[in-house]
Each structure stands twice: as C-alpha cells, then as structure tokens.
Design a protein. Sequence first.
Length: 280
Amino acid sequence: MSTEPTRPLADLSRLCVHTITTKPWPLEQAADAYGAAGVKGITVWRDALAGRNVAAAGERLKQQGLRIISLCRGGFFAHVDGAGRQAALDDNRRAIDEAAALGAPLVVLVCGAQPGQPLARSRAQIQRGIEALLPHAEQNDVRLAIEPLHPMYADSRSAINTLAQANDIALAVGSDMVGVAVDVYHVWWDPELESEIARAGRAGKLFAFHVCDWKTPTVDLLEDRGLPGEGCIDVRGIRASVERAGFNGFIEVEIFSKHYWAMDQEQFLSRIVEAYRTHV
Ligand code: ZN
C-alpha cells in the first residue's frame, strides 16, 4: 500500500482500535500490540473481559499507555415479553458496572429489535429502557451512546436504523448522559447523514465515531467489513462532517471480518495503522 504524497501522514494520537477487530488476540496481547504499534485508544468488548478481574484489566490497559474509550456493548432492550426486557435492563446495569470498574467512560448501545413485534414498539421499549438505566449510569458516571445500525439489521439487532432516529431518542431522553455513536458502516448511505450529524453536534450528542469500510461485494452481512479505503464509504468525508459538528474524540477502528481474523494479527494491525494514516 502507498500513502498519498500530497497528504502528510496522519498522526495516531486519536486512533483507537476495538478489541473485536483483533478478535483472535486475548485482551493482554491486544493491549501490548496496540501500544507497540502506536495506537492510543482501546474500546473493549465485553467478551474480552471474560474470566478477568475487570479493574485489574483496566489498570493493565492504562499501564500500556492506552486510553479506554468505551465498553461494547449494552442494549438489546426490545423484547416481546416483560421478563426479557427486565433481563436486558439487568444486563445493561452489569455493563455499566463493568465500564465503571474498567475505567471506560461510555457504554455503546446496540438497541435491539424483535422479529415478533413492530419496529415502532421496539423503539418505544428502547427509549423506556434507556430512561430506566439513567439513574445507574449517572451514579457510575458512565455515559450511554445509541448506535444506529444499518437497516439490514432491523429484524433482530436494532430498530434504530438512522442517525435521525438515534438523535430523536437521545433528545427525547433529554440527559447529558445519553448521546449517539456514528459508525460509518451503518450510516454512510443515509441522505440525511450530514444534517443529522450537525444536529447531534449542536445538541452535544456526538459521543463516538467508528470507522471501517463497505466492501463490494459484501459476502457476509455481519463479518465482512473492510479496512478504511477498501470499499465505497467516504470515510474522510464523514470524518470531516463529524469534526465540523464539533467532534474531536478518538476515531475507532471497528472491523468484524472472518477474512482478517484468519490472517496474522500483527500484519493486520500494521494494515490498520496504514489504512488509518492513508484513508481516514
Ligand atoms: Zn460501531
């Protein structure tokens, strides 16, 4: 891969990598490799904490010089029955506890959907679920980011499919603790994206920014994301939009890819850094 000569190499001071991106690595190995590669931030997926003392894991990350950006993920508020919704709230409170112990200031929410009920009902349950979590989030000083998901996941993963819907709920909840996460994979196609990013920025709701790319063809709707520059998403253009709207936080590389998980993860991490410098 070559860098573009007209553009200075982007520095890595805002580069964050999600542990799921290098899923074959245990958390400690990921932390060591990220630190050595010059990555400055880490977003931790809850599966990476399994069997660990969460507070000790957080200390280990900080010792490696990594800022902990967020914990992924909470959500899945929508259920056809009350017991399912209650179980989801209990699990979200545990996620907030884990974030607090880890030292993560933010929990990202994949909000959920159920094939057995209309999307509008799921959205109402999502809003009520977030409202029910607010006291616990405030007590622990952990913020919540609603991440809209691409509509191809509207059946079972999220009834929040546009940034407009995420903004609507964040604004309706009306708490400084609740904002949105903009993931280019989910929102790149949206003709209202620019105006909704601006709306989120005006309201102080731009909490997180996730990057990857959309490959053509995409052979797996969940686990075939590309590196920035490998697909059709205008990652730089969207980055410019979030920055115009006031976002200056970490830029998080979040890639689910069977293809990349199968390769040597050191080489993959080098490609992530290169792609970030060249295409983000
Ligand atoms: Zn994301």
